[in-house]
Design a protein around this ligand. Structure first.
Ligand SMILES: NC(=O)c1ccc[n+]([C@@H]2O[C@H](COP(=O)([O-])OP(=O)(O)OC[C@H]3O[C@@H](n4cnc5c(N)ncnc54)[C@H](OP(=O)(O)O)[C@@H]3O)[C@@H](O)[C@H]2O)c1
Length: 167
């Protein structure tokens, strides 16, 4: 299974200055529960946005033109091309593309599932999700998130599956 997983605001914004534009612990919890024991695939900058290095209990794959930059990092594997990346996850059953936009674009034609958290708010930022033709996907699950003292914005967890996917 090859999936994208991301969170976006009403304008498809996903990043601000190397980080998420919002604080939404419920989404981080969802992200963790969804990707545990799976493979996550990300660009160098997304990896560098993690405060404590590799995300635990997941196979962390990073794409960079300069893999040697990451030689001191533990529990990651670094590829310098799409082909190399694909070799690293070829035998994995659950693979999540974690972003950023270049990674989403790279796997857009083959992605099977879209896990998107839609936040009903507008933030300031500098990085946006790539355009997706949702007519090629069907919505198979929609869960309303809970707004509370630490999760201030209304949000929904959506799951789309590519139409005519053989499963
Ligand atoms: N809201 C969300 O769900 C979400 C998800 C993911 C990311 N984000 C946000 O998005 C931002 C990061 O996105 P970004 O676009 O700036 O960076 P990114 O995609 O995470 O990383 C870009 C880097 O990936 C490497 N790369 C990309 N294409 C490559 C290729 N074809 N071959 C080899 N290496 C390649 C390069 O690393 P080198 O420079 O090392 O060569 C490039 O600088 C952050 O703000 C992050 O918080 C948000």
């Amino acid at each position: 299974m090859l999936a994208f997983i991301w969170a976006e605001d009403q304008n498809h914004l996903i990043g601000q200055n190397g980080h998420l534009p919002w604080s939404l612990p419920a989404d981080l919890h969802y992200l963790k529960q969804t990707t545990l024991n799976s493979t996550i695939v990300m660009g160098a900058k997304t990896f560098q946005s993690f405060p404590n290095g590799a995300l635990p209990q997941r196979k962390n794959l990073v794409l960079s033109h300069e893999p040697q930059k990451f030689s001191n990092e533990k529990n990651i594997q670094v590829a310098n091309s799409k082909v190399q990346l694909q070799k690293l996850f070829a035998h994995d059953s659950r693979v999540f593309i974690f972003g950023g936009p270049a990674l989403f674009q790279m796997f857009l034609s083959e992605v099977q599932y879209l896990y998107v958290t839609q936040i009903t708010a507008q933030f300031v930022g500098d990085t946006w999700m790539i355009p997706i033709d949702y007519s090629q996907f069907e919505l198979i699950k929609r869960t309303q998130g809970t707004v509370d003292k630490v999760n201030l914005w209304p949000h929904e967890f959506l799951l789309y599956r590519r139409k005519n996917l053989e499963i």
